[in-house]
Design a protein around this ligand. Sequence first.
Ligand code: PAF
Length: 301
Amino acid sequence: MKQILKAAELQQAVAEAKEKGLEIGLVPTMGALHEGHLSLIERALKENDVVVVSLFVNPIQFNNKEDLEKYPRTIEADLDLINGLVSRMGSEAKAKELYAFTPTVDEMYPNGEPKEVYHFGPVEEVMEGPRRPGHFSGVAVVVRRLFDLSQPRRAYFGEKDYQQIAVIRALLEQIKYPIELVPCPIVRADDGLALSSRNMRLSPAARAMAPAIYATLEQAAEMAEYEEVDDVKEWVLDTLASYHEVNDCPDGLRFEPEYFEIVDARTLQPIANWDEAGDLGAVGCIAVWLDGVRLIDIVKF
Ligand code: PAF
């Protein structure tokens, strides 16, 4: 694995790979890597000749300054994790070219804050979209820049940020780049909590409570066999909002659900009946506050 800090150096490595006819896989991340990210990198290493992992905390996708400041930055540990993965995977992975692209903000945006703005219509007008104005446009700006720099054949994104995948799909349709979008399943801790860089901000007591989110979603998936969409939605929101009333939660901890929507998995538009879901089925997407940390998760129906 080679760390690259400069865009021009990445472009050079990419140009050489392209000349040799090699296929490039891109794994965009904001660092603070965990096993979820490593699963994307592992898959990219299996499916491509060259892999670019970007580690860049993209300021323009944060609409909350405090969230940006608190976002963990752990580059050295991240590079160790990537090296550990390659050793674990063995000779085939070691033979691949692997670049960890770790630019500064100035390197990524040499002309200052980018002016371009992306709109994606209905897919961004639900759930995260209205709650985080400008977020998806900021994601699209950085992802397009990473596409331009690394010219990937495939790009890997985790399904935890389910709406982000729909937005990247819409971005690819807009810019018409021949890149295969590869959505990858959520990796969970043994107790079911979706791995997330934000989990490290939970206190031990909150971390112990957090698995109740996915446990509730799993029960919702069972209820979907016999309950209407609206009833399942209401049950999930009520169960989490009243969790502290029926469980022993220390330190005044409680779940504060921001939304739980059951949507068509492709269009992300809310469905009123299970049979409204199209080719990708239905998915439930949740955002919950716990201990001052905003956690998101999904369940497929
Ligand atoms: O999912 C993330 O970590 C980020 O939104 C991404 C795709 C790396 C863009 O900054």
